[in-house]
Design a protein around this ligand. Structure first.
Ligand code: ZN
Length: 418
C-alpha cells in the first residue's frame, strides 16, 4: 500500500515535470523538464533552455535547483526530491549532490549521458561524501515519447519541408560542423514566392520583441557566418538580429546557373522575407551590398535606419576555412561568381540604385551611418569612427554596436511621429 501511494505521488509530480518538458519543446529546446518538491509542496520548476539562454549549463535540473534554493533562502536542499523527465547528466548529478537533495526521480533513461545507472552511477558512488536515493522509469514511456517526437520532427522537418530543386545544390551539413555554431539555431524557409522552393537559411538572435530589428546583408564574398561577431554584439545589447544567407551563399540552396542571379531578384527575396516575418523597426546593415539599400523603398514604413559597411574583401590568399565551408567545389560557387560579376559590371542595377538614392535623400529619420567609403546610395551618411573591417572581429563588432545601437534606438530617433 505504501509503495502504491509513493508511486502515485511520483507520477503526479512527474506529470508536472512533463508539463515543463512540453514548454521546452514549444520553445524548440530538447524537451526535458524538472520540478523540485519538499513534502507535498512544489518548491520550483525548471526546463531545458541552453539554446535560448546561450548557456550550456541551462539544464532543467539546474534551473529547478537555482529557483528552489532561492525560494528557500538556502543552498542546501535537504529533504527535497527532484523529479526530472530524463536521467540526469554528470553536471546535474554533481549539482544535485552539492545541494544534498534526498531523492532523485527520473523518467526516461539516457544511455548516452545518463549517470544514474546508464553510463555511470554517480549517485551510488560510495567514495563520494553524499549519496542520493534514485528512482528511474517513472512515466518513462511518456518522457521517452516526448523526446522521440522532438528528434523525429527535427529530422523530418528538413527532408519533407525543404526538398531540393533539381537545378540547385545544397551544401552538406557536415561542411559546417567544424565551425563554431554559436547559440543561434539555423532557421530555414522555402515558401517565399521569389525563392520558388529554394531553401533560405538565416540566423535569428536576440529578443523577438526588441524595438529594433537589425537586418544584416552580407557581401558578395561572404556569408552570414562572417557577420557572427556583429550578430553576437548586437544581440548582446538587446537587439533582434537577422542575418540571412542570400540564395547561392552560405547554408542557403545554390542555383546551379549563374544566370539565376540578379540584384533585383535578391532584393525581392529579402523584401518577401521581411514581409513574411513581419519585421518592423528595421535597421538595415549592408556589407558591400549597396543594392540592398533600395529595400526600404519597396517596403516603406518598416525601416528605422541604415548602416553601410565597406570591408576589404578577402583575397584568394586569405581565404579561410570559414569562407570556403559552403562551397565544396566550383559548382557551388555560382552565386559568389555571379555577384562578383554584377559588381564589376557596375551592378547593372541603375533602377535600384536610383530608387535607393531618392529614398535616402528624402529620409527624415536618423542619418545613415557608414564605415569606410559610403556608397552613392547613401550620400549623406555620417562616418563611423572605426577601423575598416571592424565588424569582423569581436572587439570591432562591440565598438560598432556601442555606437550604433543608442543612435538608432527609438528614444533618440528624430523621425516625425516615431
Ligand atoms: Zn544535465
Amino acid at each position: 500500500m505504501i509503495e502504491a501511494a509513493q508511486r502515485q505521488r511520483d507520477e503526479h509530480w512527474m506529470r508536472l515535470a512533463l508539463a515543463q518538458a512540453r514548454e521546452a519543446l514549444a520553445a524548440a529546446e530538447v524537451p526535458v523538464g524538472a520540478v523540485l518538491v519538499r513534502g507535498d509542496t512544489l518548491l520550483a520548476t525548471g526546463r531545458n533552455a541552453p539554446r535560448a539562454q546561450c548557456d550550456p549549463t541551462a539544464h532543467a535540473e539546474i534551473a529547478a535547483l537555482r529557483a528552489g534554493a532561492a525560494a528557500l533562502g538556502n543552498y542546501r536542499l535537504s529533504g527535497c526530491t527532484l523529479y526530472v523527465t530524463l536521467e540526469p547528466c554528470a553536471m546535474c548529478a554533481g549539482a544535485l549532490l552539492h545541494a544534498r537533495v534526498d531523492r532523485v526521480v527520473y523518467g526516461a533513461a539516457d544511455p548516452k549521458t545518463g549517470v544514474a545507472g546508464s553510463v555511470l552511477d554517480l549517485f551510488a558512488e560510495q567514495r563520494l561524501n553524499h549519496q542520493t536515493r534514485v528512482q528511474g522509469g517513472v512515466l518513462a514511456h511518456e518522457c521517452t515519447a516526448l523526446l522521440a517526437q522532438f528528434f523525429q520532427a527535427r529530422r523530418r522537418a528538413h527532408k519533407a519541408v525543404h526538398p531540393l530543386r533539381d537545378d540547385a545544390l545544397r551544401t552538406p551539413d557536415a561542411r559546417f560542423e567544424p565551425l563554431a555554431q554559436g547559440c543561434h539555431a539555423p532557421r530555414y524557409l522555402s515558401d517565399l514566392p521569389a525563392l520558388d522552393r529554394l531553401r533560405l537559411h538565416w540566423v535569428d538572435a536576440g529578443p523577438p520583441g526588441a524595438a529594433r530589428t537589425w537586418l544584416l546583408v552580407h557581401g558578395p564574398g561572404q556569408w552570414s557566418h562572417a557577420l557572427r561577431p556583429l550578430v553576437d554584439a548586437l544581440a548582446g545589447q538587446g537587439q533582434r538580429v537577422l542575418a540571412p544567407d542570400l540564395p547561392g551563399f552560405g547554408r542557403s540552396d545554390k542555383p546551379k546557373r549563374e544566370a539565376a542571379h540578379s540584384l533585383a531578384w535578391h532584393r525581392q527575396v529579402l523584401a518577401q522575407f521581411i514581409e513574411q516575418l513581419d519585421l518592423r523597426g528595421i535597421v538595415l546593415l549592408v556589407q558591400d551590398a549597396p543594392w540592398a539599400l533600395a529595400l526600404p523603398a519597396l517596403l516603406p514604413g518598416r525601416f528605422a535606419g541604415a548602416v553601410s559597411v565597406a570591408s576589404p574583401l578577402p583575397g584568394r590568399a586569405s581565404r579561410s576555412a570559414v569562407a570556403d565551408a559552403p562551397y565544396p567545389d566550383a559548382g557551388h560557387r555560382a552565386g559568389p561568381r555571379a555577384l562578383a560579376r554584377l559588381r564589376e559590371q557596375g551592378d547593372g542595377d541603375e533602377d535600384g540604385s536610383a530608387q535607393a538614392r531618392r529614398f535616402w535623400q528624402d529620409w527624415t529619420g536618423p542619418a545613415p551611418l557608414a564605415l569606410g567609403k559610403a556608397p552613392a546610395e547613401l550620400a549623406g551618411a555620417r562616418a563611423l569612427a572605426l577601423a575598416p573591417g571592424a565588424l569582423l572581429t569581436a572587439a570591432g563588432a562591440q565598438a560598432l554596436a556601442a555606437q550604433a545601437v543608442p543612435y538608432f534606438s527609438p528614444s533618440t530617433e528624430q523621425a516625425p511621429g516615431a
